[in-house]
Design a protein around this ligand. Structure first.
Ligand code: ZN
Length: 174
């Protein structure tokens, strides 16, 4: 059984409710929103999230699946234009043993640059113990508090990054 991380209140629902000061939306639709990840391991890294509070890929409706991938492709194209990255990394975690830290579906879209300060990305997931929690203990995702502090962007920086990405989004077909 997939064990979910515990976070109450949910930080993504808090953001959607306007109770998170660093919340910055790049684009939103009926089923999905593209938002800036407050942890900028890479400048410009985003998440596409569901409007509904559901935890994993397994919980998504088909329209949500479509909305997530369309939004991810759109923001990936905008990131390429805005930052000219060496690559675009996408990933999505389901359960604490896959590295999921928030129990609300989010699909990462990350522009990769040389010399970046990536800390909690896929290389760490190669070690199963490092990816999740031991049974019966609360999930501690930190592992590297210093790096996490270093990559925490201010509300102003996040808003500026969101503006830059938004300016590079293609107009949606209407
Ligand atoms: Zn939520």
């Amino acid at each position: 059984m997939i064990q979910l991380p515990v976070k109450d209140p949910c930080d993504l629902c808090e953001g959607m409710a306007g109770r998170e000061e660093r919340w910055a939306i790049i684009e939103e639709g009926e089923h999905a929103l593209t938002v800036i990840n407050p942890w900028q391991f890479e400048v410009g890294q985003c998440c596409v999230i569901t409007r509904r509070h559901v935890a994993t890929l397994l919980d998504l409706s088909q329209p949500e699946c479509v909305a997530i991938m369309v939004a991810a492709q759109r923001v990936a194209a905008a990131l390429v234009k805005a930052y000219n990255p060496l690559g675009i990394l996408t990933f999505q975690n389901n359960g604490v043993y896959s590295g999921q830290e928030t129990p609300h579906f989010h699909f990462h879209v990350v522009p990769r640059q040389e010399g970046s300060d990536w800390g909690i990305g896929p290389p760490q997931l190669a070690t199963f113990e490092g990816a999740g929690r031991r049974k019966g203990t609360s999930h501690d995702p930190s592992g590297d508090a210093q790096r996490r502090a270093r990559v925490q962007a201010s509300a102003r920086q996040l808003a500026e990054t969101a503006d830059r990405i938004r300016a590079n989004l293609q107009r949606s077909p209407s």
